[in-house]
Ligand binder design. Structure first.
Ligand code: GLU
Length: 304
């Protein structure tokens, strides 16, 4: 029998595993996002879990037309088939509004009309200056969640224990942007609860967002989630591969090559014999042999 992975240990008998992949449709799937998709898919399937898909289309100006469809097609071509219907965040605006109203009624957030320049001058963190205001400023303004002097820590299944002093390390953070769009930190928490997500596997770049998300979960009385952050892929300049930086799209006419390389980067040591097999059979091997503890416990890995 195989040694259970950390997530298997965390999953109580009878408790189901629901994982997800939640790309922002800012461009096609690239090697970095493929790793996040694959790791979350394998961890879910190896734990007999569901793997849900959520398109985080909250910021239309940053989303080239057709990107969401392209990502979904790429995943299908790579043999990664999700469960249930795709959830589009653009259909969830009323739900976010309801939560924001609730937070406002509970006096847990406040309007802030500081400019980007002003916030930059404050140094690393927002200094809470708008908290003291009595009347709301003229619109437009953002809404910031009030943070407390609280240490929020969690045991990441790959990176180990991680904690932050919320007020000192994150500061009062934006839940609703000045341009009227809902912030990622708010929408991600509301939708992880809505989709009953129990396990999140995603890129290391979101590790430091996690305490903010856990705080918001606590404030909203949501269920706890288990986290695993995989290394991000960086280019020769040490920059994260990203759609914004025009990382090359995964070529699905070479799907087997992409999956094999991704498995190697995830430390799974796939046998050379499966290098040229169809993605479906590669994934079958990978689910059977998935070991989340073999993923490098580092923040980033170079592409070459
Ligand atoms: N939408 C985010 C991204 O594409 C990921 C969100 C998450 O996994 O929490 O970077």
């Amino acid at each position: 029998m195989q040694t259970p992975t950390a997530s298997q240990i965390n999953t109580k008998p009878g408790q189901s595993y629901i994982g997800r992949f939640a790309p922002s449709p800012t461009g096609p799937l690239h090697f970095g996002s493929l790793l996040a998709a694959l790791a979350s898919f394998l961890d879910a399937r190896a734990n007999q879990g569901k793997w849900l898909m959520r398109i985080e289309d909250l910021d239309p100006p940053r989303e080239p037309a057709g990107s969401a469809e392209l990502i979904l097609q790429q995943l299908q071509d790579l043999g990664m088939i999700w469960d249930d219907e795709v959830l589009y965040q653009s259909t969830r605006l009323d739900a976010y509004k309801e939560i924001v109203d609730q937070l406002q009624d509970r006096d847990l957030c406040y309007p802030c009309n500081c400019t980007r320049g002003q916030v930059r001058e404050m140094g690393r963190l927002y200094n809470g200056s708008c908290r003291k205001r009595c009347a709301p400023p003229e619109k437009p303004y953002a809404l910031r969640l009030k943070t407390k002097a609280l240490e929020i820590g969690f045991d990441d299944e790959i990176q180990g224990h991680f904690s932050q002093q919320l007020e000192l390390d994150a500061g009062d953070f934006v839940i609703c942007r000045k341009d009227g769009l809902f912030a990622y930190q708010l929408a991600v928490v509301v939708d992880d609860e809505f989709q009953n997500i129990t396990h999140i596997v995603r890129g290391w770049d979101l590790l430091d967002s996690t305490p903010r998300q856990i705080y918001l979960q606590r404030v909203l009385n949501y269920q706890k989630i288990s986290y695993a952050h995989i290394p991000i892929i960086v280019d020769e300049k040490g920059q994260k591969l990203s759609k914004q930086a025009f990382a090359p799209s995964i070529k699905t006419d070479r799907a087997s090559e992409a999956i094999y390389k991704a498995l190697t980067f995830l430390g799974q040591a796939p046998p050379t014999g499966i290098a040229k097999e169809k993605p479906e059979s590669q994934l079958e091997w990978a689910i059977e042999n998935w070991d989340s503890q073999a993923v490098a416990k580092v923040d980033s890995l170079p592409l070459e």
